[in-house]
Design a protein around this ligand. Structure first.
Ligand SMILES: *[C@@H]1O[C@H](CO)[C@@H](O)[C@H](O)[C@H]1NC(C)=O
Ligand SMILES: *[C@@H]1O[C@H](CO)[C@@H](O)[C@H](O)[C@H]1NC(C)=O
Ligand SMILES: *[C@@H]1O[C@H](CO)[C@@H](O)[C@H](O)[C@H]1NC(C)=O
Ligand SMILES: *[C@@H]1O[C@H](CO)[C@@H](O)[C@H](O)[C@H]1NC(C)=O
Length: 636
């Protein structure tokens, strides 16, 4: 095998254009110092090839910031083969598909391509050994207490700053410093399913943060003063260059070693593998049922929370969701559901009732559980006023077991009625509409799902209050590895204001009854690590995960990009938090075998909470509770 040391000696000069090394083109900043200029006599060994061109590499320099590999673009360069030492002339270009992206430095308009010799081998850089990615933030420009999740976002554009690379500290800088180079990732672990193009995020055998028991990496923060890590140490594995296909990976699957070239495309740094890896080891696909499986005390309730993804009466996934509620969540007393569509599903025909959808789900749970009956309640939205799939009229709803809990008697609100807490003639707290929407005409809820508040009592007559929410989505976010710094967290203003209106309502309950048991839960489309957005709720209530001591890395209900993440949250009032409780996120969907086998894109959560003190004597005898789990007497 010939060695790269030959390269330098073979460089030749010609008049006009610059004669440079690849590292001089790549430079030590995000954009090339030679962008737009023509270079001549550029030499390198071809490391990889695709239908749009090749990658070449010359000798490494002492400066790890300056990459010694580069993309060469154009149909006319494909005559060169992997292993060829070539020389060429061309233009240095900074390419990107969208202004939201970073630039890829490449050579285009190639002429004078000459093969000098063949059969060279380029030894790939072994990531985790030769170079190791940093594991905290993506960019020095992600200023703010929450790092990459800080708002306001998009304060700076990386292309304008064109920072000098700090690859030991920041992920974008690290991967940029390897742009165009051949690298090896040993024993990668998949972060989650591949995307629809077959690309899969992986973590190599180097230091990472947020590792959960499954092998994914969860977004979390390590303390009040530390910004939540952005998992910059993950790398996206793109389409294999030899036309093979990446395997159907899942969170925690261990893959065979990957060798490929580092590039930037579609808003992220990628390694394009020379050939597809195999799955060396799959995790166990059995999802154990929740251990939050029974209530043994009349003061305890079990609540499930599940975004059931655009469910209508004809949805194929109803039996799967029902089986999850029956077998994995053990038919909780109360289930908060989100994304219940109207009875005609996405047909845009003016239908707003969801009774048939909810009936279909309740019937399916009854079948799956061998007879557990659920009643349901929701408030019909105005047609096409709440966002989501047009005509679908998604809304939040409650399913509840009448043998366990009942709504306090009252009047159900309508789409525009705002419920408020009031004190009844006996001095007890109730809601003016039960259930009722919270301030539905507030601008926070424009084109958004309105939260549904409800007042309940247990079979022993203990009251508690719930709010089921589905905040606006993160649509129109910018790519975390993109130009806008900090990256745009789509819809954050809207969610902040929705959290504020929701918190204001809960405050109005606590103003009347400081010791009220209140549970606010649902799809908040936000991480608690994005502290500013959920601050109104977090400042007033307690994250149920904290109450139950769920380890930070196990707090996830969703997988997105390289992250496991919790966007479905449960918050509880002081009175509930004080009595402790249990919380489990049941990974029936993030642990599925394939994307297609999931019942929803979200995992459900189940909690067991206390709505009165175990020692309280104001509870009725526990006969009703005996049937389930053998406890027949309570505090009598
Ligand atoms: C980026 O930074 C490099 C190195 O400082 C400089 O040579 C180049 O001109 C800069 N490019 C732009 C577009 O700012
Ligand atoms: C509840 O979970 C515990 C712990 O996993 C288990 O020992 C018990 O058998 C379960 N009970 C029911 C009713 O499933
Ligand atoms: C970020 O701000 C720039 C203006 O500085 C704007 O052109 C761009 O569209 C914004 N990006 C996003 C994703 O909102
Ligand atoms: C909601 O926002 C208003 C106005 O910014 C602020 O004064 C209030 O404290 C916020 N309420 C909560 C509960 O966060």
């Amino acid at each position: 095998m010939k060695h790269l040391s030959a390269v330098k000696a073979l460089a030749f000069l010609a008049s006009g254009a610059l004669a440079v090394k690849i590292s001089e083109i790549q430079g030590i900043a995000f954009q090339s110092p030679l962008a737009g200029q023509f270079v001549h006599g550029l030499t390198g060994v071809v490391t990889a090839k695709d239908k749009y061109g090749i990658w070449i590499q010359d000798q490494r320099t002492d400066d790890p910031r300056a990459s010694n590999g580069i993309r060469v673009y154009g149909a006319n360069v494909k005559s060169a083969n992997v292993g060829d030492l070539i020389s060429l002339s061309g233009r240095v270009a900074e390419y990107r598909r969208s202004v939201a992206d970073l630039f890829l430095t490449e050579i285009d308009y190639v002429t004078e391509l000459t093969t000098i010799s063949r059969g060279h081998t380029v030894v790939p850089l072994v990531l985790g050994e030769d170079r190791t990615p940093p594991s905290k933030q993506l960019s020095a420009l992600d200023v703010g207490r929450d790092g990459w999740l800080s708002v306001p976002s998009n304060l700076t554009l990386l292309e304008v700053v064109n920072a000098t690379l700090r690859p030991d500290e920041f992920g974008l800088d690290f991967w940029e410093s390897l742009e165009g180079q051949l690298v090896t990732v040993k024993s990668p672990t998949a972060a989650q399913f591949p995307d629809r193009f077959g690309s899969v995020w992986v973590y190599g055998n180097w230091p990472t943060t947020g590792r959960n028991e499954r092998g994914g990496r969860t977004i979390h923060f390590n303390g009040p003063n530390e910004a939540p890590p952005a998992h910059p140490e993950a790398i996206f594995i793109g389409r294999p260059l030899d036309g093979t296909r990446n395997p159907k990976a899942v969170m925690g699957a261990v893959l065979s070693d990957i060798t490929g070239v580092v590039t930037y495309q579609f808003g992220a740094y990628y390694v394009l593998p020379l050939t597809a890896p195999d799955v060396v080891k799959f995790p166990d696909f059995t999802v154990p049922p929740s251990t939050v499986n029974s209530t043994s005390h009349p003061c305890q309730i079990r609540i499930g929370d599940y975004n059931v993804e655009n469910m209508n009466p004809r949805s194929y996934h109803i039996p799967k969701i029902a089986a999850h509620i029956a077998h994995h969540l053990h038919t909780p007393d109360l289930v908060f559901v989100q994304e219940i569509q109207d009875d005609s599903g996405p047909r845009n025909d003016g239908t707003v009732s969801a009774d048939r959808t909810l009936r279909a789900l309740a019937n399916a749970i009854k079948r799956a559980s061998g007879g557990v009956e659920y009643a349901f309640v929701n408030v019909e939205p105005e047609d096409n006023k709440d966002g989501g799939q047009p005509g679908g009229n998604i809304r939040v709803a409650y399913l509840y077991r009448p043998d366990k809990v009942s709504l306090l008697p009252g009047t159900i609100g309508d789409a525009t009625a705002s419920t408020v807490p009031v004190i009844d003639s006996e001095g007890n707290l109730e809601l003016s509409f039960n259930p009722g929407r919270i301030d539905p005409e507030h601008s926070a809820w424009e084109e958004a799902r309105k939260p549904l508040a409800a007042a309940w009592q247990t079979a022993s007559g203990v009251r508690f209050y719930t709010v089921n929410v589905h905040f606006s989505s993160k649509r129109f976010s910018s790519p975390p590895q993109g130009n806008a710094r900090p990256p745009v967290n789509g819809g954050w203003e809207k969610r902040t204001s929705q959290a504020n209106v929701t918190a204001r309502f809960v405050s109005s309950i606590l103003d009347l009854a400081a010791d009220a048991s209140v549970v606010v839960a649902g799809d908040m489309n936000e991480f608690t690590a994005a502290r500013s957005v959920l601050r109104p709720l977090a400042a007033l209530l307690h994250d149920a995960n904290d109450v139950a001591g769920v380890p930070a890395a196990e707090r996830y209900t969703y997988a997105y990009d390289q992250h496991a993440q919790e966007i479905d949250q449960v918050f509880v009032s002081d009175a509930v938090a004080r009595r402790r409780g249990d919380v489990e996120h049941v990974h029936v969907n993030t642990w599925a075998k394939t994307v297609g086998e999931r019942a929803s894109d979200h995992d459900p959560t189940v909690v067991r909470l206390w709505v009165c003190d175990a020692e309280a004597d104001a509870v009725s005898p526990g006969e009703e509770y005996g049937n389930d789990h053998g406890q027949t007497a309570f505090n009598s």
